[in-house]
Design a binder for this molecule. Sequence first.
Ligand code: MTE
Ligand code: MO
Length: 310
Amino acid sequence: MPLIRIPPGWELPERLATPEAVYLNRRRFLKQLGAAGLGLVAGPALLGAEEGAALYPAKCNPAYTLDRALTAEGVAASYNNFYEFTTDKEAVREKVADFKPHPWQVEIRGLVNNPKVWDFDELVRKLPLEERLYRHRCVEAWAMAVPWTGFPLKALVDLARPLSGAKYLRLVSFYRPDEAPGQKWQPWYSWPYYEGLSMAEATNELTLIATGIYGHELPKQHGAPLRLVTPWKYGFKSIKSIVLIDFVAAQPPTFWHTANPDEYDFVANVNPAVPHPRWSQATEQLIGTNERVPTQLYNGYGEYVAKLYS
Ligand SMILES: Nc1nc2c(c(=O)[nH]1)N[C@H]1C(S)=C(S)[C@@H](COP(=O)(O)O)O[C@H]1N2
Ligand SMILES: [Mo]
C-alpha cells in the first residue's frame, strides 16, 4: 500500500519556485508594519486579526538555526502530505477548503493528574511560543527547511502532570469525513490518523507542537491549528491537526505501521544507512531546487537525540 505516489522526476512547476528572498523580505515587511498590518498581509486568518497579531510572528530562538536555505513559503505550502484530503501533494492546499480548524478543542487524558479538554485558543495563549528553523525530511526522500512557530511539547506534558506509569504519548488527529474527502474514498485506512512517541521523545527539547509557520498561524494544509514536529524523524511521525493526546503505559499502534508494517516502524528515525523498501534514504531532494544532498543520521540532530537510542 503506497504511502506516496512519486511524481515523475523531482522537477517542481516553475510557479512553485518562489525565491527565498521573497520570504525574507515579506518577514521584514511584516515586522515593519507591526501588529496592525499583520492580519491584512498574512492572508486569511483563522483567529481574528487582533488575536493573531498578538501571537505571530513569535521571537526566533537562535539556538535552532540551519546550515541550508529555507524553503520558499509558497513551495512548502503547495507540496504537502495530508492523506485526509488527497494523496496529490500539490492539490492538498485546495482540497482543504471545507476543513474547519477553528474553533478547535484538544483533549489531554490518560495517565495524568490534570486531564482537560482545552480550547485551542486558550491553550495557545498559555504556552510559550517561539520560532525555530528546522529541517523537515519525508520518508519519500525529499526535504524542506521551514520556520515553525510553536511551543515545546514538554511544556504541555508539564501542564498535564503525568503519573509515573505514563511511558508513551498517543496522539490522534480528527475524524471528519464530511470535511476531509480522503477519509471517505480511502476506507482501507484506519482513520483517524494516529501516532505515538515515548515519554523521552515527547519531552526532548527538539519536540515541538507547531501552531504557526513562516511567521503566521498554520495554514490548513500544514495541519492547522496544531501539529507535531519531530525533526529527527521521518515526516509521517509529525501528525497534523491533533484532537487528542493520551498518556499511556504501552507503546501505542501507529497509522502507517498498521497500514504497512514492513515499511513503517514506530521509531522512524532518519537514517541514511537503512533504505526503505521503495526509497533509498542515502540522499534527499531539496524541494523547490534541483539540489540533491546526502541525508544525515537523525536528520542532523544527533547531538540532541542520539542518547535516546544508545
Ligand atoms: N494527520 C496527518 N498528519 C500527517 C500526514 C497525514 O497524511 N495526515 N502526513 C505526514 C507526512 S508523510 C509528512 S511528510 C508531513 C508533511 O507535512 P507538511 O505538509 O506540513 O510539510 O505531515 C505528516 N503528518
Ligand atoms: Mo512524509
